[in-house]
Design a protein. Sequence first.
Length: 329
Amino acid sequence: MFVTKTVDIFQVFDFNVVTGYAIGQRGNVNYRSPVMKLFPLFFMLIIAANAAGQEPELVRPNGSKIQLNVDDKRAFPEPPPQFDQDDEDIPHGKSEMIEYDSASVGTRRKMLVYTPPGYSTETKYPVLYLLHGIGGDETEWQRFAKPGQLLDKLVAEDKAVPMIIVMPNGRAQKNDRAEGNVFAAAPAFAKFEDDLLEDVIPFIEKNYSTRTDREGRAIAGLSMGGGQSLNFGLSHLDKFAWIGGFSSAPNTKKPKELLPDPGAVDEFKLLWLSCGTKDGLFRISQDFHVYLKEQEVPHIWHVTEGGHDPPEWKQAVYYFLQNVFQPTK
């Protein structure tokens, strides 16, 4: 028996899709839109269930249910009430949209840059490069989580280090807008590695008062950006010492490709993985966690009851901000 419903526009993860769908009790999916044929099965199951107001069945791509292990649990409690509400009585940082010339892409591009309260050229600040999902752009993190606002409160509470947050556009192509078939831009997300290393970081370090050592740089992201962060960060431990993947997407390399040498553990200060148990992409983060555990690689594994959505990513970045650039044992 099938439940069938037509949807004009509904938000899926971090992007909008125009389509219709049909879902069966066992997760069988029929799709009519050409766009939908580009979705892997594990995307489709969540999309259809979420649109119908149903709880998505947790499955792996081969159809078997996701098995939660005993350590698939929270590393941190629920955030406190009003953790994401603005507080007018504390100092605030500044967010500005800036433009830079990208030689690797061959065009002028945009990124959102947050500087902390009391920003001064007399101080060298660490920098967090925060990457968006496949349907987002340089504004997505601000729309979903307002990381600068979160950091303002955490710094005021002495729970986080003042830092610069750079939110670039991870779609490294001349038309970098999230338009039409967003999946067709997947190669541009891989190409962003060049833009990040050759254009974004040099621009930031030339125009802002930053630390330029690897321990003064962090990279993290949500979904597609989580995959980028793990792929790029672990491939360039000479550039980044703090790395985080939130609900990482299928662009994430296999565990052994991400960290072929477990001895590299001495080269990073923090490796963070987080995901919700209602996320159809859960296995990607879970599999990497299992590999790291088997190889005795220290890392944070934070599992919530959430899905592949903004509330999950807001919570993840809230706790990531409290752990990044902190003294480690």
